[in-house]
Design a binder for this molecule. Structure first.
Ligand code: NAD
Length: 281
């Protein structure tokens, strides 16, 4: 295997570690050879950040591909997540240990609460205390949340001094949320975008297409670059080598402020995800 040098700049998180601003997502990447191959191609293309979750049932393949690469553990940033059926202090600790064992890693770089959806708010606060323990024990270098609205983040702030390093949320021009982005920036929380490509559903949007043509880029690259212009961490998913490479070629061009504003204005609230975090008490 030959590896391109790391392609994405790293950004510093509030908990003191750095994360490559681009990673490979592996949601719905089939367990087994498909995921192992996708992760291998990504590492070869210069990715050094992989985003998995217990839910995706491919943690062991992510771990196997990283080990097989021969890259040093500290060169690859690995994120996994606590599924919402595992909320609670003891359950979360057990779930994290199970994830580490499937990954075959002594620690992850980032451990996230996947959804605020829990039997009660106190359960997700108990989960957060478990994440604090995992971090103290060195099992997670950074801890954060996912699909948290400002309301969920405020609840956490009222009960913990540890500020989440990231909030991973659905983020693309069609659900552009300047209020959440502004709040997160004010608190030192980095937003991380899931479905940054709208799963391909909005590639033919006229504004996206026009900006893509103007730059001689693909719609995927324009959507990803839009997130980068907003300082957001991007984790596009693909299992195809050419697309994995294409999605990483976003650091050799930029969008003008006017183009970013035109994309911001495409916001129509049409979500890709079936659950709206705002509905979660
Ligand atoms: P995405 O927007 O990254 O879209 C992925 C899909 O877009 C692919 O399956 C493929 O069909 C298409 N695609 C990818 N690259 C392309 C290209 N260059 N040209 C044309 N089509 C292309 O959607 P996603 O997978 O849902 O989100 C990315 C990652 O975010 C996931 O893999 C996962 O790691 C994470 N995620 C997290 C949550 C959460 O609740 N925290 C939810 C969903 C996804």
């Amino acid at each position: 295997m030959t590896f391109a040098p790391p392609i994405a700049p790293r950004v510093r998180l509030n908990q003191g570690i750095e994360i490559p601003i681009l990673g490979l997502g592996v949601y719905r990447s089939a367990p087994g050879p498909t995921t192992q191959q996708a992760v291998t191609w990504a590492l070869e293309a210069g990715y050094r950040h992989i985003d998995t979750a217990a839910l995706y049932e491919n943690e062991s393949d992510v771990g196997a591909a990283i080990r097989a690469s021969g890259l040093a553990r500290e060169e690859v940033f690995v994120t996994t997540k606590l599924w919402h059926t595992e909320h609670g202090y003891e359950r979360a600790l057990r779930a994290a240990d199970a994830s580490l064992s499937r990954l075959g890693l002594p620690y992850v770089d980032l451990y996230l609460i996947h959804w605020p959806r829990a039997p009660s708010p106190s359960d997700r606060l108990d989960s957060w205390r478990a994440l604090e323990t995992l971090q103290r024990e060195g099992k997670a270098r950074a801890i954060g949340v996912s699909n948290y609205t400002v309301r969920h983040l405020e609840e956490l702030r009222a009960h913990s001094e540890v500020v989440p390093a990231v909030d991973q949320v659905e983020f693309h021009p069609f659900v552009y949320d300047p209020a959440l982005l502004g709040y997160a920036e004010g608190q030192g929380i980095r937003l991380e975008a899931w479905a940054p490509l709208t799963r391909g559903r909005r590639f033919s949007d006229p504004t996206v297409s026009a900006i893509a043509s103007a730059h001689g880029r693909s719609p995927a690259q324009v959507l990803l670059r839009w997130g980068i212009e907003h300082g957001i961490i991007e984790i596009p998913k693909s299992i195809h080598r050419d697309r994995i490479v294409e999605n990483a070629r976003i650091f050799d061009f930029s969008l003008t402020a006017e183009e970013v504003a035109r994309l911001d204005a495409r916001r129509d609230g049409q979500r890709i995800g079936e659950w709206n975090p705002a509905d979660i008490p």
